[in-house]
Design a protein around this ligand. Structure first.
Ligand code: FMN
Length: 325
């Protein structure tokens, strides 16, 4: 690579686990289905990967409507895990991405540890899958609906089962911010076999209609996403990276610009996902990748990997100076 100072461009290559990807910007699960909808708006092959909507064992129609509500600087959704099920996903969605030349990070979701393990087993030989994202923000039907991601032991049991199924690609655990101590869940997932962590999923929220005097969403509560959650997401990435600097993080939550993505990189993310922003601008992931490269160049970085977690080093340096000064 030609150093940037000699006219080269910033090296934007990064990895998902040990798998190399050409760009640090990915889509976010649930915001671009299986990629097809975005195809007219950007070059899917230039993305780090398309992160697919969480797939379950069986087809699901999702939650009742209305299931979207606007909120200040964000949106609330209670789509639920609507989708065709793993059979149709393997027959149609994944082969389409492969034909298109795109990389797929496949997101899976289940209602029991066994379901997650079976999904990972079914995906073992899936062509085109470069990484697995385990969405653990799902209620455990065998434990009174307790969300896996909200308990370190439950989260670890899912990751251990997926690891045992040996899907043959890096495994990322997708964490929920709706916990008191995200680091303890993150650590449990890594100790159980996760290669990386995706942070964060949506935050549970609600809106009440003051005319009808009822919750706007038929499901009453839903997941909050978009710029409103960005500071929370950034704080989570920061805390996880500080506790486990060697563990790769896929950061997300309200990323709308290259500067937003840069904040996540500085906090410790080695790649980012763009979700809600694509509803307003379907080309957002490509634009954000371009803007991020420009910012890195302006700040003097030759490669994105040098910027990962950089703000921690600056903060530690400032603290050391304060102590000695
Ligand atoms: C409409 C919608 C559907 C989503 N579906 C999923 C999903 O199936 N699986 C998952 O892990 N996350 C899902 N998410 C969460 C996103 O992947 C992402 O973690 C979150 O929205 C924060 O990023 P953002 O603010 O850029 O959207 C969904 C988000 C939205 C807005």
């Amino acid at each position: 690579m030609i150093p940037r100072a000699l006219g080269g461009v910033v090296d934007m290559r990064t990895t998902l686990g040990l798998t190399p990807i050409p760009s640090p910007v990915l889509t976010a699960s649930g915001c671009a289905a299986a990629g097809r909808e975005l195809d007219p708006f950007l070059d899917l092959t230039a993305l780090g990967a398309v992160v697919t909507k969480s797939v379950q064992l069986r087809a699901r129609s999702g939650r009742p409507t209305p299931r979207m509500a606007e909120t200040p600087s964000g949106m609330l959704n209670s789509i639920g895990l609507q989708g065709p099920g793993i059979e149709a996903f393997l027959a149609t969605d994944l082969p389409w991405l492969v034909r298109r030349g795109a990389r797929a990070m496949v997101s899976i979701a289940g209602g029991s540890v066994e379901e997650y393990a079976e999904l990972a087993t079914r995906l073992r030989t899936a062509a085109g899958m470069i990484a697995l994202e385990v969405n653990i923000s799902c209620p455990n039907v065998e434990s009174r609906g307790e969300v896996f991601a909200c308990d370190p032991a439950a989260a670890a049991s899912v990751l251990a089962a997926v690891r045992s199924a040996d899907p043959g690609v890096p495994i990322y655990a997708k964490l929920s911010p709706d916990v008191t101590d995200i680091v303890s869940v993150a650590r449990a997932c890594v100790e159980a076999g996760a290669d990386g962590l995706s942070a964060i999923n949506t935050l549970l929220g609600m809106v009440i209609d003051t005319d009808t005097l009822r919750p706007v969403l038929a499901a009453e509560t839903g997941g909050l996403s978009g710029p409103a959650i960005r500071p929370v997401a950034l704080r989570c990435v920061w805390q996880i990276h500080r506790a486990m600097p060697a563990v790769p993080i896929l950061g997300m939550g309200g990323i709308r610009t290259g500067a937003d993505a840069f904040q996540f990189v500085l906090a410790g993310a080695s790649a980012v996902s763009v979700g809600t922003a694509v509803f307003g601008d379907p080309s957002a992931p490509a634009r954000i990748a371009h803007e991020l490269a420009q910012i890195l160049a302006r700040k003097g970085f030759d490669r994105i990997s040098d910027a990962v977690g950089f703000a921690h080093r600056v903060a530690a340096h400032a603290e050391a100076n304060q102590v000695s000064g």
